[in-house]
Write a protein that binds this ligand. Sequence first.
Ligand code: NAI
Ligand code: A1CAB
Length: 268
Amino acid sequence: MKKILFIGAGSMAEALIQGWIKQKVFTAQEIYVTNRSDKDRLHFLHDTYGVNCNFDDAIYQNADLIILAMKPKDAIAAMRELKPKITEQSAILSILAGIAIATIIEHLGARLVARVMPNTSATIGMSASGIAFNDKVTAEQRSTFLQLLEAVGSVIEVNEDQLHAVTALSGSGPAYIYYLMEAFERVGTKVGLPKDTVRLLMTQTLAGTAEMLKQSVDEPDVLRRKVTSPGGTTEAGIKALEQYHFNEAIEACIKEAEARSRLLANSK
Ligand SMILES: NC(=O)C1=CN([C@@H]2O[C@H](COP(=O)(O)OP(=O)(O)OC[C@H]3O[C@@H](n4cnc5c(N)ncnc54)[C@H](O)[C@@H]3O)[C@@H](O)[C@H]2O)C=CC1
Ligand SMILES: O=C(O)[C@@H]1CCC=N1
């Protein structure tokens, strides 16, 4: 029987809880969840998934894994509260954007820390996660952490500094794609299709395009040219994207997000 303790009960905690239960990595009885004060949220998680939200402090010492899942701005206060309850041997998995392993060790005294940047698609086993470890994590522990993340999608090991870029790309990435879908649906209805038809067409287009990129040996620009007939519709569409500075917008988006991750790291 394992004990997995979440500190923080928000969207990302819920995504991992759902993913791990669905993939049978942990049973609901093995998962313990706490947050700062929102008891309704804990009741919801208990009622929906069956996880433990009412437990005594012994769990903090006995937990096999403690997951830091609060907002970065709340991390220092949360770690101060947590420190007296855990041991130096506690294994910590942090999903916090921009909070360095060194900061976690400084405030928690824990030695064994993995930092992961998952995304909300962990809910359906489709997260794209980046992970970094501190040097106290053994090869065996690394492979356990990697298996946990592989159970809810794909995971790639990076050095800690690269986690800022991972956060800006795949951590925030689902939001960019949802934003894009909002725009497709808004405009799709303006050009004459019902919203649910646009949703069907464009979710399949996104899925098909992602699968083509995975399976094809061609680079994206080669695949793009295969869609773009001279004088055709795609060419007209891409020209409009260029006129509206699509590349600059994407560059600003990723750079701003990456810079924010660094800012969060430096403000601690
Ligand atoms: N939402 C996302 O797509 C992703 C979020 N993350 C990271 O996951 C973390 C959580 O994000 P969300 O789930 O979106 O946030 P959220 O705002 O939905 O949830 C945060 C939770 O932390 C709890 N909390 C705050 N202070 C606390 C304290 N002192 N002790 C215990 N619990 C405390 C809150 O009560 C709440 O349950 C953030 O650090 C974020 O950077 C990482 C990858 C993706
Ligand atoms: O917006 C955020 O700060 C978090 C990190 C990646 C996704 N959500």
